[in-house]
Design a protein around this ligand. Structure first.
Ligand code: SF4
Length: 331
């Protein structure tokens, strides 16, 4: 059943949904969570497959066309490929992608491709084993790279994006290795500026290594053509001038892209977030479990979206970091 498209109070049409299917993760990335992890949601707090499917279906009826499945780490959710298969069958969704740390890709790539996932974002912050360990607190680089290679063997799985979080004092040494990686492999590497959503709440503006700085370092060695960015995409993507691959920059701090934001987020415990940095959330799980109809859910979602934030305030004095961390939002 088609419903009126979703618009926010600033006239932006909302067509992209990111769903965190779990807050749990098998990594402990320094910029995301403490070494000991975080208090996980209880099983009963997490939306079931059917509840997730229903909420996504209602939002697809309101014009959501692209869906990204995230975590924590989505592949640690039991039977995740089954959930993916349920969601890729929802009418109206043009694209269903996942963001993963790649550790379980060797195990799950075939099932995910069979479930209809047609785009993969794999988070890799360093191509050097010891530095990868330093950042993720897991000695897992060889396994992640093997998972990537296995995934790349499926023609349906392309494009494959490799995302590296850019942090001053760490990523400078990764820029050229990643440029070579993008030139030598069928992956599109993107650098994402470090954002204030960390579990330790220790983010500082001077820790942000901007996309422009990394671009300059790479361009000096491997010349890059001018960027292409489609309105709703978050990345500025540059082709290497000699045609050997592409590299991208996602600069939410130094070059915010909120003007044409079309994104909504649903947390694993059924909260609707209208912005990555929202300080407020709308509970959908409670009404859903209390017997709300699809029309009731539509009204709740439409009300929340109408009040969607115009932009983030990360660069503003007095910025307040959300209580919920990246691992429980899912990027
Ligand atoms: S920070 Fe918020 S408003 Fe800006 S692009 Fe991200 S989700 Fe959209």
């Amino acid at each position: 059943m088609a419903r009126d498209p979703l618009h926010d109070g600033h006239g932006r049409r909302i067509s992209d949904l990111r769903v965190s299917v779990t807050d749990r993760c098998n990594f402990r990335c320094q910029y995301c969570m403490p070494a000991e992890g975080l208090p996980w949601l209880e099983r009963a707090e997490v939306l079931s497959f059917e509840e997730t499917e229903r909420l996504v279906r209602v939002m697809a009826e309101m014009g959501v066309e692209t869906l990204r499945l995230t975590g924590g780490e989505p592949l640690v959710r039991r039977d995740f490929p089954t959930l993916a298969g349920l969601l890729t069958r929802i009418p109206g969704l043009d694209e269903v992608s996942i963001t993963t740390n790649g550790f379980l890709l060797e195990r799950d790539a075939a099932a995910l491709v069979a479930a209809g996932i047609d785009r993969f974002n794999v988070s890799v912050d360093s191509l050097q084993r010891d530095r990868f360990y330093e950042q993720t607190r897991r000695d897992a680089l060889p396994r992640v790279l093997a998972g990537l290679e296995h995934l790349a063997s499926f023609p349906e799985a392309h494009p494959i994006k490799v995302n590296a979080v850019a942090i001053r004092g760490f990523t400078e040494q990764e820029a050229l290795p990643f440029a070579r990686f993008a030139r030598e492999h069928p992956y599109e590497v993107r650098f994402i500026e470090y954002m204030p959503l960390d579990g330790d709440r220790s983010w500082k503006p001077d820790q942000v290594l901007s996309g422009a700085e990394i671009h300059a370092a790479i361009h000096a060695v491997y010349p890059l053509e001018d960027a292409v960015r489609d309105p709703h995409a978050t990345a500025r993507v540059h082709r290497f001038a000699d045609g050997k691959g592409k590299i991208g920059f996602i600069n939410p701090v130094s070059e915010p892209f909120c003007d044409d934001c079309n994104r909504l987020r649903l947390t694993a415990d059924g909260r609707l977030r209208t912005c990555l940095f929202s300080l407020n959330e709308t509970d959908l799980r409670g009404p859903l479990r209390a017997g709300a109809t699809d029309d009731d859910l539509e009204a709740l979602i439409r009300g929340a979206v109408w009040a969607k934030e115009l932009k983030h305030r990360v660069n503003d004095p007095g910025f307040v970091q959300p209580a919920r961390t990246m691992s429980a939002i899912g990027g």
